[in-house]
Design a protein around this ligand. Structure first.
Ligand code: GRF
Length: 198
């Protein structure tokens, strides 16, 4: 059984999709938020999943927050740490601690549109296809090895909200699949490439 700790900051719909997928061999050990009032924490708590919150504003700098977060996470002995809408930039010490077992989902087809406001920027840029990317997290923002991607069309009448909604449907399919592939040891790393075996 592999222990999974999921970090969220808000509604946690990707976290919910991962929990609901009931991935064989995976145990959701905890859901942790930097915001005590994150909707996703309530959802997880109602399902009997351990939850915790750690307010980044109570710490003097990113290093101190990340050190406390590591202590909290490690209490759940994670095999995999999943970022699901966790809106904090993590320090290299944190990222390196969970090297090759720290995943994120980003709402663009990386390496295009790293950072925030991806849907607005995709529409403004005039791209015809957008999507989402699950990747391993490295110290450089949104730049880690790509595990899986899904593509959605951009329609002429799209707003950031309509494109986000279309992308989110794919996120909820893609992220549980990527976690399941990790749990089943199907992901093989060769350099920056992540190959899926089987
Ligand atoms: C998703 O769009 C995800 O790609 C991005 O933040 C959003 C989180 O949504 N990283 P949710 O909290 O999982 O509903």
């Amino acid at each position: 059984m592999k222990n999974i700790v999921i970090l969220i900051s808000g509604r946690g719909s990707n976290m919910q999709a991962i929990v609901d997928a009931q991935i064989p061999g995976a145990r959701i050990a905890a859901v942790i938020s930097n915001k005590a009032d994150a909707e996703g924490l309530t959802w997880a708590r109602e399902r009997g999943i351990a939850t915790a919150s750690l307010n980044h504003k109570e710490f003097d700098g990113r290093e101190a927050f990340d050190a406390a977060l590591v202590t909290l996470i490690d209490g759940y002995a994670p095999d995999l740490v999943v970022l699901a809408g966790f809106m904090r930039i993590l320090t290299p010490v944190f990222v390196n601690r969970y090297a090759n077992r720290l995943m994120n989902i980003h709402p663009s087809l990386l390496p295009a549109f790293t950072g925030l406001h991806t849907h607005e920027r995709a529409i403004a840029e005039g791209v015809k296809f957008a999507g989402c990317t699950v990747h391993f997290v490295t110290a450089e923002l949104d730049n880690g090895p790509i595990i899986a991607q899904a593509v959605v069309p951009v329609h002429d009448g799209d707003t950031a909200a309509t494109l986000a909604a279309r992308t989110l449907v794919e996120e909820h399919r893609l992220y549980p699949q990527a976690v399941a592939d990790f749990v089943a040891d199907r992901l093989i790393m060769t350099g920056r490439r992540v190959l899926r075996q089987g």
